[in-house]
Ligand binder design. Structure first.
Ligand code: ATP
Length: 508
């Protein structure tokens, strides 16, 4: 199955099994906005909970907050979002389609990378066992030409973005010959800057109303509460503040399902440190965050770091954790050393002193910040795409199974009476009653046991517990493992311990 078909399968599976729906679907939908269904909301809650545990519960020096989405408009002036939270956009005059100019150039660069890889694969086939990849890519004329084109174009892109030179941007798009995928023409408008923040009015009358923004990131809610939390929590540097919540960006190019949305959720942690210590903490959080991802049992080959060469104006180091989505390796999480940019800016714009008195140094300073920022919806997509499997079984039938990490699975166990009579439903409900306080379990008695197993496989339930006639005699049930489909007979009194063990990741 090619990657495009695979991605289509995932999106339709997500809809069919109540994970993700297009927002306002009965009104033909709202672009790049999605709703989570009955299983999606559980998966999303579980991801959020596991992140929160790893941050707040497992670290003595990290606490959480929940700040409002609406904030004083000057906050976005101080943070730089009013002036600089822009994407360069360009329209094709024939198709009337709008694109991000940088994405058009990046797509062009990705095509060159594909071409290089194809040359390498061709040569590997031709030379067989004697093939020396390193030698090939450093000497083959065609590959060298492509590498050169790649290097010149990406250098130009960086310098254009750095200088914010929109005229040169259009020139670059023309020079590399980008065509609109819809109209097939090169009839482009000029490149313009487009601010990604949504704004609205606060106040009841038009005259008295003031323009405010829907937050484009949760981080600023943490910065403006730094003093409140530090003082009331008697926090000592180094310490962190974590927050999860909605963020809004008027993305120009919104495709790839829940990868790029206009309303999404972030999970962010800002870690406040002594000036000068930030790069060591940056390395610490890079490692720690990768450890969190790997604790979910996903193969390490699915993740990679991408260290930023071009840094945002506020950062002195930045790296992304990229995940291999069905459409390639893309950013899942960002780890940024933000210096004292944000706190200093808020100090300046608010006129309030935002400092920390360090008793060990006997001096006050504006703390430096290392941030970890992950999109909850992107993590959801990563988990969904990684876990989707179509399997051919020994008896010739097929099953679709979501091999989700057990800690994240929407339903932890399904309790299934073999038949809906002879006292089996009552016994099954007794088991449900004993487990449901700690685990989200489902009771199902409709259809054959095989069909019920398939339904639970399709939503990623790690365990199916089947209650049969023997259960009434000796208080044992069969416990079926989702991935191996093996069944073992276990005592009802052991179920709680077995499920708890299964859903506990190796992290802390
Ligand atoms: P991108 O380059 O993909 O636009 P970004 O670098 O602007 O992302 P950040 O501002 O660093 O992203 O936001 C932190 C995280 O929030 C990202 O790593 C991503 O997981 C998530 N995120 C950002 N924008 C979106 C979006 N439009 N939809 C869903 N998740 C998003």
């Amino acid at each position: 199955m090619n990657q495009e078909d695979f991605f289509k399968k995932i999106t339709s599976h997500a809809k069919e099994y109540g994970f993700v729906f297009q927002s306002s679907e009965i009104y033909d939908g709202l672009s790049a906005v999605y709703d989570y269904g009955q299983n999606g909301v559980e998966l999303k809650n579980n991801i959020r909970k596991y992140w929160w545990q790893a941050m707040v519960q497992f670290n003595e020096n990290i606490v959480g907050i929940d700040s409002a989405i609406f904030m004083h408009p000057t906050i976005w002036k101080a943070s730089g979002h009013v002036d600089a939270f822009n994407d360069p956009l360009i329209d094709n005059k024939d198709s009337k389609k709008r694109y991000r100019a940088d994405v058009l150039v990046e797509d062009f660069l990705a095509k060159i990378e594909d071409k290089i890889n194809k040359e390498v694969e061709k040569a590997r086939k031709r030379f067989g066992e004697t093939f020396d990849e390193q030698q090939f890519i450093t000497t083959n004329a065609r590959v060298l030409e492509l590498k050169d084109q790649h290097a010149t174009t990406s250098k130009k892109l960086y310098s254009i973005m750095e200088a914010n030179d929109l005229v040169a941007f259009k020139q670059l798009i023309e020079d590399i010959g980008v065509v609109c995928p819809i109209s097939g023409t090169r009839n482009w408008t000029d490149v313009r800057q487009f601010n990604l923040m949504f704004s609205t009015q606060m106040g009841s009358t038009a005259e008295g109303a003031s323009e405010i923004y829907l937050r484009p990131e949760t981080a600023q809610g943490i910065f403006v509460n730094y003093l409140n939390v530090q003082k009331t929590g008697r926090m000592k540097i180094p310490f962190g503040i974590a927050q999860t919540g909605k963020a809004f960006r008027n993305e120009i190019v919104a495709r790839q399902f829940i990868f790029r949305m206009r309303e999404f959720e972030q999970m962010e942690m800002q870690f406040f440190v002594r000036p000068g210590d930030e790069l060591a903490w940056f390395e610490h959080w890079k490692k720690e965050r990768m450890k969190w991802h790997l604790s979910l049992g996903i193969p390490a080959s699915k993740y990679r770091f991408h260290d930023h060469e071009k840094l945002a104006h506020y950062a002195n180091a930045a790296a992304d954790i990229e995940f291999e989505f069905p459409f390639g390796f893309k950013e899942l999480e960002g780890i940024h050393s933000r210096t004292d940019f944000d706190l200093s800016a808020h100090q300046k714009f608010s006129g309030k002193k935002i400092q920390y008195f360090d008793p060990e140094l006997n001096e006050s300073y504006v703390p430096f910040v290392v941030e970890t920022s992950i999109g909850l919806d992107r993590m959801f997509l990563a988990m969904l795409s990684n876990s989707y499997n179509e399997e051919k079984l020994e008896d010739g039938s097929e099953r679709v199974v979501l091999k989700l990490p057990a800690v994240l699975a929407p339903v932890k166990a399904a309790i299934l009476p073999l038949v809906a009579k002879d006292g089996l439903p009552e016994k099954a409900r007794e088991i449900l009653q004993s487990l449901r306080y700690d685990f989200y379990c489902q009771y199902e008695e409709k259809d054959s046991i095989g069909k019920r197993y398939r339904r639970q496989d399709a939503i990623g339930t790690p365990y199916c517990i089947t209650v049969d006639h023997q259960t009434l005699e000796d208080n044992t049930v069969t416990l079926r493992d989702r991935d191996s489909m093996q069944q073992e007979r276990v005592s009802i009194s052991d179920l709680h311990t077995l499920i708890a063990k299964k859903i506990r990741p190796e992290y802390n």
